[in-house]
Design a protein around this ligand. Structure first.
Ligand code: ADP
Ligand code: MG
Length: 337
C-alpha cells in the first residue's frame, strides 16, 4: 500500500503542496484531479523519488521510501509525451526495464509478447516506435511500464496529447487493463471525464490541498465547495439569503426562492451558496424560480436552456428565446456548499 503523509513542497517560497496525505490500497486506482499548475506532476515526481518534499513521507507498506532510489521503488511511470526511446523498436522499448533486471532473453521474449497482447499490440514488436500513431505510442509506453511488474503505476496526463475519439477508446482500454492487471495506480489529470472513468476514488487538488475525495459519484453529487462545484461544472452555483430557518430551508436569490433540505443548521439572514442541479427541473406556472430565456441548445437528452440571470438547465421542451419562464426545482437537486 502506498501512503503519503503530510507532503509539503514549495518553489521560490511559494507553497505548491501544502500537506497532502492519502493512501492507495491494493488494486485501487486513485485519480488526482486538479487544474493546470496545481502541483499534480510535482506530487507524482515526489512519489517516484525524482523530487524531494520539504516535509512529509512517502511510504510503501509502512516503510519510508526516502532512502530508496527511483529505480528501486518498483513504480512504473507513463507520461503525456510517451518518452519512448526512438532508436529502439517496440519490443526493445518494452523490454528495456526487463534488461535492466538482468532477465534471460527467453524470459524477456515471453513477457514482452504477453504484455503486447494485453495492450492490443500483438505483432507490433518489430515496428519502429517513430512510425506509430500517438495512441499506439502511448500503448507502448504503458506496456513498458507494465513489463517490469510494477507494484504501482503512475500516469501523468497520459491521454492529453490524443484527439477525443482516441482518448475515449484508450480510456476504456486503460480501465480494462488496470482491472485485469490489478496493479494499483495513481493517475493525474485535469480532465474530469478521464478521472471519473478510471477512478475508484477521486481526489480534488486545489491550493495545495486535497479539498475533496470520494467515489466519482460522491464527488460529483456533493462537491463540498464553490470552487469544486465550479471546477467540476456540477451544476449552477447560486448565492442567496436564508429566509426560513427550519427544514425545508428557503433561500432567496436573484432568480427566485429555492427550497431545499439539508443536514446543516441554517439561520434566517445567513448567506449561503447553493449547488442547483441542471436536471429534474420542470416548467410550471407556480414555479418560484424564474428567468428570461437567452439561449436554447438542442442536446440528445433535452434542451439546454440558458437564462439571462446566468442559470442554465436541461428541460424536456424548448421554451422560446425572450420568454420569461417559471421553474420548479426538486429539493433533492439542491445542496448547500
Ligand atoms: P501540474 O502538473 O498540476 O500542472 P506542476 O506540478 O507541473 O503542476 O507545477 C505546478 C507549479 O509549480 C508550476 O506552475 C511551477 O510554477 C512550479 N514548479 C514546478 N516545478 C518547478 C521547479 N522545478 N522549479 C520551480 N518551480 C516549479
Ligand atoms: Mg502536470
Amino acid at each position: 500500500m502506498l501512503e503519503l503523509i503530510d507532503i509539503h513542497k514549495s518553489y521560490e517560497d511559494q507553497p505548491l503542496l501544502d500537506g497532502i496525505s492519502f493512501t492507495v490500497a491494493a488494486g485501487e486506482t486513485v485519480c488526482l484531479l486538479g487544474a493546470s499548475g496545481s502541483g499534480k506532476s510535482t506530487l507524482l515526481r515526489i512519489i517516484a523519488g525524482l523530487e524531494t518534499p520539504e516535509q512529509g513521507q512517502v511510504c510503501w507498506d509502512g516503510q519510508d521510501l526516502a532512502p530508496v532510489p527511483v529505480h528501486q521503488r518498483g513504480f512504473g511511470l507513463v507520461f503525456q509525451d510517451y518518452a519512448l526511446f526512438p532508436h529502439l523498436n517496440v519490443a526493445a522499448n518494452v523490454a528495456f526495464g526487463l534488461k535492466m533486471q538482468n532477465r534471460t532473453d527467453d524470459e524477456i521474449d515471453l513477457r514482452v509478447a504477453s504484455i503486447l497482447e494485453m495492450v492490443n499490440l500483438t505483432g507490433f514488436g518489430d515496428r519502429r516506435v517513430t512510425d506509430l500513431s500517438g495512441g499506439e505510442q502511448q500503448r507502448v509506453a504503458l506496456a513498458r511500464a507494465l513489463a517490469i511488474s510494477p507494484r504501482l503505476l503512475m500516469f501523468d496526463e497520459p491521454l492529453g496529447a490524443l484527439d477525443r475519439s482516441l482518448r475515449e477508446q484508450l480510456m476504456d482500454e486503460l480501465r480494462r487493463i488496470l482491472h485485469e492487471s490489478g496493479v494499483p495506480a495513481v493517475y493525474v489529470t485535469h480532465d474530469q471525464e478521464e478521472a471519473f472513468t478510471l477512478a475508484g476514488r477521486v481526489l480534488l487538488l486545489h491550493d495545495g490541498s486535497i479539498v475533496r475525495s470520494g467515489t466519482p459519484e460522491q464527488v460529483w453529487s456533493d462537491p463540498g465547495s464553490v470552487w469544486a462545484a465550479q471546477f467540476l461544472d456540477a451544476g449552477n452555483v447560486v448565492s442567496g439569503i436564508v429566509i426560513s430557518s427550519t427544514s425545508p430551508f428557503q433561500v432567496e436569490t436573484s432568480a427566485g426562492v429555492f427550497e431545499f433540505r439539508c443536514g446543516h443548521a441554517h439561520s434566517a439572514g445567513e448567506k449561503v451558496n447553493l449547488l442547483v442541479s441542471r436536471r429534474g427541473v420542470r416548467q410550471a406556472a407556480h414555479g418560484r424560480v424564474s428567468g428570461v430565456v437567452m439561449d436554447v441548445i438542442f442536446r440528445q437528452d433535452g434542451f439546454k436552456v440558458t437564462l439571462e440571470n446566468g442559470l442554465d438547465f436541461y428541460l424536456p421542451d424548448a421554451p422560446r428565446i425572450g420568454e420569461k419562464i417559471f421553474l420548479t426545482v426538486p429539493e433533492n437537486g439542491i445542496k448547500c456548499l
